[in-house]
Write a protein that binds this ligand. Structure first.
Ligand SMILES: [Zn+2]
Length: 333
């Protein structure tokens, strides 16, 4: 079922009886819809174990299972099969756990090249209060070319992006599951941005999804803006060390302070208190329009934009460290 809500389309997973009742499974003219439904059912069947509400440590294997599933789709650059599979998977997880799933499609066109379809996906948790929402974001696309490889021959291949694209997506999917079991007071939006890593080096064709999202936001009343934005990217590295990123430090130091305090309380040692890198990422379009925004990233990752950004470089412990700190910090905002 698809309906329009303020430029977004709302997506709900239909129940099987309702589809049978409406004759969708039998109709010879609905092959595409039938395939979409079957893909959705397949996606639901590969969700991690979900019996009952998990205690926090129970999310460690769940996080890893999400990352394994994401990587099993292969490289996920816009236009690829893996990209479409992951979109369906995010929507299936959202259909199961979120109050609402919204799609924000847009196209990107460079010069005379054919336009490329992209889509941000937003999982909405209404919360128990009427406060402005917290926006937690990540990019789910992966880089179409391994242009940090030393051998130019390898540049034409897409990366798997276990860490870069995969890890943040796994954390947000597990957060959807957590927020379903522990409904938040302040509303939460989990936003999966497209086209973050699409641009060639030194171009401005990065952060396409977050730029589009922020531009749409800028047309709305400020009362509808998120209270703050927290972007999660490259947090799966086995040797995880998250320092204060400079733009975040300058624009949302209060948010970073809350996060570091949560890490100290939980004795999570992967968070450092001092600034280190200055990283351009999906937080910048929000900072530019005036929303406080911070980025959690470990930019010391030797496999960045190479074919070696694979599952074996990541660990469940790193994903869980970030997940548990974000869960704790979110309750204080
Ligand atoms: Zn990247």
């Amino acid at each position: 079922m698809t309906g329009r809500v303020g430029g977004w389309s709302t997506y709900n997973i239909p129940s099987i009886p309702s589809l049978v009742r409406r004759g969708i499974f039998r109709s010879p003219f609905s092959a595409i819809l039938r395939r979409t439904v079957l893909v959705t059912l397949l996606m639901v069947s590969i969700l991690p174990g979900t019996a009952g509400a998990q205690d926090l440590p129970g999310y460690k294997p769940i996080l890893w299972e999400y990352l394994e599933t994401i990587c099993a789709f292969g490289p996920r650059p816009p236009g690829s099969h893996g990209h479409r599979m992951l979109q369906a998977y995010i929507k299936a997880v959202g259909g199961k756990y979120a109050d609402e799933v919204r799609e924000q499609p847009f196209t990107f066109q460079k010069g005379n090249n054919p336009p490329v379809s992209m889509m941000n996906i937003e999982l909405v948790f209404h919360g128990a209060s009427r406060k402005r929402p917290i926006l937690l974001g990540t990019h789910y696309d992966t880089r179409p070319f391994a242009d940090s490889e030393t051998d130019p021959y390898s540049w034409k291949f897409p990366i798997l992006g276990a860490n870069d694209g995969g890890s943040g997506t796994a954390v947000l999917l597990a957060l959807a599951q957590y927020l379903h079991a522990h409904p938040p007071v302040r509303p939460v939006r989990l936003v999966f941005f497209d086209g973050e890593d699409y641009g060639v080096k030194f171009s401005s064709d990065y952060f396409l999804g977050s730029k589009h999202y922020a531009a749409q936001l800028n047309k709305k009343d400020r009362g509808e803006w998120p209270y703050c934005v927290l972007i999660i990217d490259m947090v799966g590295d086995k040797e995880l060390e998250i320092a204060r990123e400079t733009y975040s430090h300058e624009n949302a130091s209060w948010l970073l302070k809350m996060i570091v305090e949560s890490a100290q309380k939980l004795k999570v040692t992967q968070f450092l208190t001092q600034p280190k890198h200055t990283v351009q990422d999906d937080h910048l379009p929000f900072i530019e329009i005036g929303v406080p925004a911070a980025l959690l990233i470990d930019f010391d990752y030797p496999y960045w934009h190479t074919l070696q950004d694979t599952l074996d470089k990541c660990s469940p412990e790193s994903l869980f460290a970030v997940f548990s700190v974000v869960v704790d910090a979110m309750k204080k905002i």
